[in-house]
Design a protein around this ligand. Structure first.
Ligand SMILES: [Cu+2]
Length: 355
């Protein structure tokens, strides 16, 4: 075996010299290439924030939603624009190397694209590295189950060997792999439940910045028009269990969040409006906005009561057919629910574990 021949230290050397396969079997060459920038964003209070973006200017937390079709092979070139001093300040051990990475769940990748220090697959400050993801399709002959589903990606290097500080700062995003015939949403949002009762690293009022007139969709503005098919990519990060709940809507507990009446197993699929979410788990919610219930401010929150009471609550705003916000857009959810802590930034884990 390669690893035993190389011995200690050989693994990193192998990565440096390109001894690992660049791509998984089945990916002959990338079908598509994208650029992804890791940048430092304005601080949230005193809290350092990092984000991924398809351009440096559009970086955010969560990062851009990645979409793939089964069978597709994607090359993602990560540019590390995070200042070296910022990475050094987040480091928990002075011997840990400085860098950011891209580690993905669900799809196939080789050691070369693992996004870890141990495999040498990270990006030093100012550097670039290309990661290859393969959305392997089903293959009944080989037993391959396929990779279609709702997944996520994140840093695995900032601060320490598991990227705990990178995650806490905002280096994460959603991934959806579709299979031909899957429902195609009109609009998708990534909703990340995390430490300190946070949704997308925010609590209470900070989770929802939608304007009453012409609201712009984004990480802090979940907005839809009546009748649009809305997809939520729900991801758990951090250390806590949560229960995702959306008011007024329900979905099928399937791979896609949808089940068609004609399918023989349709009656055996639970229809749910709440789902338990542990760290690193992810699932998809597919709903038709306002279907049978109309436009309105539909609460989306963790149903562990002490989490929602602490500000782990936001809104899916369903506008009418003309795009108008229904009355009552007064952020009552935040004002009513959030104690003082909800206004404070969601802080670095290492410093504030026992908030
Ligand atoms: Cu919770």
């Amino acid at each position: 075996m390669l690893v035993t021949v190389l011995g200690a230290g050989g693994l990193a050397a192998a990565a440096r010299t390109g001894m690992f396969a660049e791509r998984p079997d089945g990916c002959v060459k990338p079908d598509r290439s994208i650029q992804l920038y890791a940048v430092e964003l304005p601080k949230d209070g005193t809290q350092v924030r990092l984000g991924y973006g398809l351009t440096p200017e559009t970086a955010s937390y969560p990062g851009p939603l990645m979409e793939m079709m089964e069978g597709e092979c994607l090359a993602i070139t990560v540019h590390n624009l995070v200042p070296e001093a910022t990475l050094a300040a987040l480091r928990t051990n002075p011997s840990h190397p400085l860098g950011v990475s891209l580690h993905v769940h669900g799809v196939k990748y080789t050691q070369d694209s693992d996004g870890t220090v141990q495999s040498g697959s990270y990006v030093p400050p100012g550097g670039t590295r290309t990661y290859t993801w393969y959305a392997q399709p089903r293959n009944t002959k080989t037993g391959a189950q396929g990779t279609a589903g709702y997944w996520w990606y994140h840093d695995h290097v900032v601060g320490g060997p598991h990227g705990t500080q990178g995650l806490a700062a905002g280096l994460f995003g959603g991934l959806v792999v579709r299979r031909p015939g899957d429902p195609k949403p009109d609009r998708s949002y990534t909703v990340v439940f995390g430490n300190q009762q946070s949704i997308n690293l925010r609590r209470g009022e900070a989770t929802d910045t939608c304007a009453e007139v012409n609201p712009q969709p984004g990480p802090t503005c979940l907005v839809a028009r009546m009748g649009e098919r809305i997809e939520l990519v729900v991801v758990g990060i951090g250390n806590d269990m949560h229960t995702f709940h959306l008011h007024g809507h329900s979905w099928a507990d399937t791979r896609t969040g949808v089940v068609s009446n004609g399918q023989p197993f349709a009656d055996s699929v639970p229809i749910i409006d709440t789902k338990v979410l542990g760290p690193a788990q992810s699932f998809g919610v597919n709903v038709v906005a306002g279907e049978s219930v109309g436009p309105g401010h539909w609460m989306l929150h963790c149903h562990m009561q002490f989490h929602s009471d602490a500000g782990m609550s936001t809104m899916l705003h369903v506008l009418d057919e003309n795009g108008n916000m229904p009355p009552g857009m007064d952020h009552l959810h935040a004002a009513a629910a959030a104690p003082a802590a909800a206004a404070a930034p969601v802080t670095d884990d290492a410093a504030h574990q026992h908030n």
